[in-house]
Design a protein around this ligand. Structure first.
Ligand code: HEM
Length: 376
């Protein structure tokens, strides 16, 4: 898609797709503005609707899709679960899971696939433990989170709906169980939380669980795999990182910029506004292309170059403004621990063999590959 982004930035940076009735923003400054001005660019799809549907879709009731003031209230609650202190405390456990995964790979005869063996199981295990959900549910988690991000048309609608329904069924069961027997986990904490004397609604609780499941899994998997892709395409990087591990956090930031795990987010205009030389009406859908913004030359000199020492690197892979990714510290930590351990365990130059074609994930939202074999 990067070829297309570049053309659009140069020729139609604020583009109206009249057939689909959608606006597209490709420049860094425009994307950043749409994400900052939440009063004009709402995160709630219901802002474009004449009538207000019942709140039946839990994801719509999650902070991702809410505007202030409700957003602020729920976000304050949710952020307690993700303070830097809480996240730092997770490091030993993340290291343990990482080492177990790497041991399994080293002891097995089959070829290493970075996605299947490392990048997928790490975040899903961490989120499951954070939510207090047994790891045996991992296979279901995978199907559910795939179903939530997959494009309609790509797969059978009925099958997708059935998956999503069974996911909410499962979370409802967990919520009920924790309501009866509170434990020391995130779900129990959310159940006990009050905003202005009121508990969260069932829909809000379900939305929160579903959001963590999607937001925290696929994205982090893709960050780890996309980093390996960037390292593979830039010979010498792996050796430099091994020589100076302090460069690793910068390399991960650059991978976030260069191959952003989330390509685009949607906003919905509440009022008329002008962007670039275009007038956008009220109740319009606006797609902000984060992945394009992150390659914008006017923000990043030599934007097409992967430079692990790029400074400054103000990418917006985690978004910007009030919805800035709550899980960013966790995602960064997981990537650092996993990639750091891989650098130690897999000596020499890394090499993605070209005999097995990589399958890109087909999605308008996420950017990543389904498989990533690696030799070293
Ligand atoms: C929001 C990206 C990992 C939880 C966001 C947004 C982006 C993003 C772009 C902003 C959406 C918007 O403005 O509409 C990413 C990427 C990740 C990642 C690229 C990994 C590399 C995680 C993880 C978690 C998480 C690990 C939690 C465990 C959230 C939540 C929000 C969010 C709860 C909503 C915040 C709000 O609406 O206030 N993420 N994310 N993310 N992310 Fe992440």
């Amino acid at each position: 898609p990067y070829e297309w982004y570049r053309t659009m930035r140069a020729t139609q940076p604020v583009f109206h797709d009249e057939e689909q009735k959608v606006w597209h923003l490709f420049r860094y400054s425009d994307v950043q503005r749409a994400m900052s001005e939440y009063a004009t660019f709402s995160s709630d799809p219901r802002s474009t609707m004449e009538w207000q549907p019942e709140e039946t879709d839990p994801i719509l009731a999650s902070i991702l899709r809410l505007d202030p003031p409700r957003h602020r209230q729920l976000r304050n609650l949710a952020s307690m679960a993700f303070t830097p202190r809480v996240v730092t405390q997770l490091a030993p456990r993340i290291t343990e899971i990482t080492n177990e995964l790497l041991d399994k790979v080293s002891n097995s005869a089959h070829e290493l696939d970075v996605v299947r063996d490392l990048a997928y199981p790490l975040p899903v295990t961490v989120i499951a433990e954070l939510l207090g959900i047994p790891t045996e549910m991992r296979a279901d988690f995978k199907r559910w989170s795939d179903a939530l991000v997959s494009d309609e048309g790509e797969e059978d609608r009925e099958v997708l709906f059935a998956e999503i329904k069974s996911m909410y069924g499962y979370f409802a069961q967990v919520l009920e169980e924790r309501r009866q027997h509170p434990q020391d986990d995130l779900v129990s904490a959310l159940l006990a939380a009050e905003i202005e004397g009121q508990r969260l609604s069932d829909i809000e609780l379900l939305g929160f669980c579903a959001l963590l499941l999607v937001a925290g899994n696929e994205t982090t998997t893709n960050l780890i795999a996309n980093s390996v892709l960037c390292f593979d395409q830039n010979p010498g990087v792996v050796e430099r990182l091994r020589r100076d591990p302090n460069l690793l956090p910068g390399a991960i930031e650059e991978a976030l910029r260069y191959l952003s795990p989330i390509k685009a987010m949607a906003r919905f205009t509440r009022t008329e506004t002008v962007i670039g030389d275009q007038q956008i009406g009220a109740r319009e859908v606006v797609i902000t292309w984060l992945a394009s913004a992150n390659r914008d030359e006017s923000q990043f000199p030599q934007a097409e170059r992967f430079d692990i020492e790029r400074t400054p690197n103000r990418h917006i892979a985690f978004g910007h403004g009030i919805h800035f990714c709550l899980g960013a510290p966790l995602a960064r930590l997981e990537a650092k621990i996993m990639l750091g351990a891989m650098l130690e365990r897999f000596p020499g130059q890394w090499h993605v063999p070209d005999d097995a074609p990589l399958q890109p994930i087909k999605s308008d939202i996420v950017f990543g590959v389904k498989n990533l074999p690696l030799n070293w």
